[in-house]
Design a protein around this ligand. Structure first.
Ligand code: NAD
Length: 387
């Protein structure tokens, strides 16, 4: 059984799917591990570290792809790479099956079994495989560091002989995994923090981090689905949130937005006028940019200066902390692999909820209904554009 660790090729990617310690543990379990030269370099893990862990090192990417039974990935490889993977091999990674399912067609056609870490269910047993939470943790931390680096003020309160410096006011919108990490980081730097979320359950977590939770009366509507995620709100409920957000944002030094609703465009929570009413020098970091953004002015991936407000819309902050992002991801992947590798052999129990939910394609067929629907919608759009 051969596992191959590739050097990621997506532009700007710095992470690696498995670190040397995980490679060593897999070899101890009877796997043969081959690593593409340079795979870990951008995250601080040398080729030597992989060979010392017992991996075979090679620069021959094509043969790695064609000989691997298991491919842990960060991102989906190119279509050309996908066509080289042998039928029956298993690939697991951030495959973006709902955002860009067409990019997986070559691997699906080749009979590769694809598992998307984005689809791993958020059940207790799968917590150690929750790569979305790992990356959100890194992004929440880094959003605060980015803001602190660009804020023309200090974060902590300082009492000096030259006078007192007031602490920075940080406002976090959306108190899920990224938001809670942003709150904790801003508090550690000495800021005064306020946070808002539509889920009442977030209030207790926010307060336990020493921040103030802002409550909005949404008229008693259900804001959470049965799995604990936020629901898409009515325009009226969203508007109530927007009012509170605009009022709080007016006096904040840093605003970090992280609000998302799974499977939907990120909710629009800050309109242009809310940004124009912020104080010059305010830093706004829209962590929901990849999902369309929480701010009306957001241009995903771009940084703008608008009326003295700096608006960052990073698409992937995890790549800016490659060492720890890879460490957490590698652990998530290793825990996932423990589910499918038993006694050195590949064992796919498709009745297992984690495997069933995260599987995109198996034996040449798309097995996830949402991915099938997304592909059918693309095919229908293509047909109508041809007509
Ligand atoms: P997410 O990235 O989908 O959303 C981020 C936050 O935005 C959420 O807290 C959500 O409530 C909030 N939000 C959505 N619409 C909003 C609006 N209109 N206004 C304000 N806030 C809005 O969420 P996430 O960070 O991935 O996690 C969401 C939930 O899942 C949390 O309860 C989290 O604790 C839970 N979770 C559970 C597990 C597990 O294994 N059991 C793992 C990870 C997360």
């Amino acid at each position: 059984m051969r596992l191959a660790v590739l050097k990621e090729t997506a532009p700007g990617e710095t992470r690696v799917a498995l670190l040397p310690d995980a490679v060593k543990a897999l070899i101890a379990k009877g796997l043969e591990v081959a690593v593409e030269a340079g795979a870990g370099v951008a995250s601080g893990h040398s080729d030597d570290a992989y060979t010392q862990a017992g991996a075979l090192l090679t620069s021959d990417r094509a043969s790695l792809l064609s000989s691997a039974d298991i491919l842990p990935l960060v991102n989906a490889p190119s279509a050309e790479d996908q066509r080289r993977i042998q039928p029956g091999a298993v690939a697991v990674g951030f495959l973006r099956p709902l955002d860009d399912p067409a990019a997986l067609l070559a691997a699906i056609g080749s009979g590769v079994t694809l598992f998307a870490v984005e689809l791993v269910p958020r059940i207790t047993r799968a917590q150690a495989m929750d790569a979305l939470s790992s990356m959100a943790t890194v992004a929440g931390y880094k959003a605060v560091i980015l803001a602190a680096d660009h804020l023309p003020r200090l974060f902590p309160m300082l009492m000096t002989a030259a006078g007192t410096v007031a602490p920075a006011k940080v406002f976090v919108i959306g108190a899920g995994v990224a938001g809670l990490q942003a709150i904790a980081t801003a508090r550690r730097l000495g800021a005064v923090v306020e946070a808002y979320d539509v889920r009442a359950a977030a209030g207790e977590q926010v307060r336990s981090l020493g921040a103030k939770f802002l409550d909005v009366d949404l008229g008693g509507i259900a804001t959470e689905d049965k799995s604990g995620y936020a629901k898409e709100l009515s325009e009226e409920a969203l508007e109530r949130g927007r009012e509170l957000i605009a009022n709080t944002a007016r006096t904040a030094d840093v605003i970090i937005t992280t609000a998302q609703v799974p499977g939907r465009r990120a909710p629009l929570l800050l309109r242009r006028d809310a940004v124009e009413n912020m104080r010059p020098g305010t830093i706004l970091v829209d962590l929901a940019a990849a999902g369309g953004g929480n701010c009306e002015l957001t241009r995903p991936g771009e940084t703008q200066l608008h009326n003295g407000v700096t608006l960052f819309a990073p698409l992937n902050l995890a790549v800016t902390v490659p060492g720890h992002a890879s460490q957490l991801y590698s652990r998530n992947i290793a825990n996932f692999l423990a589910l499918i590798v038993k006694d050195g052999a590949l064992t796919l129990d498709m009745q297992d909820e984690i495997l069933r939910d995260s599987c995109v394609a198996h034996q040449g067929r798309v097995v996830n209904p949402r991915v099938s629907a997304a592909l059918e919608a693309l095919a229908a759009a293509h047909t109508s554009s041809q007509a």
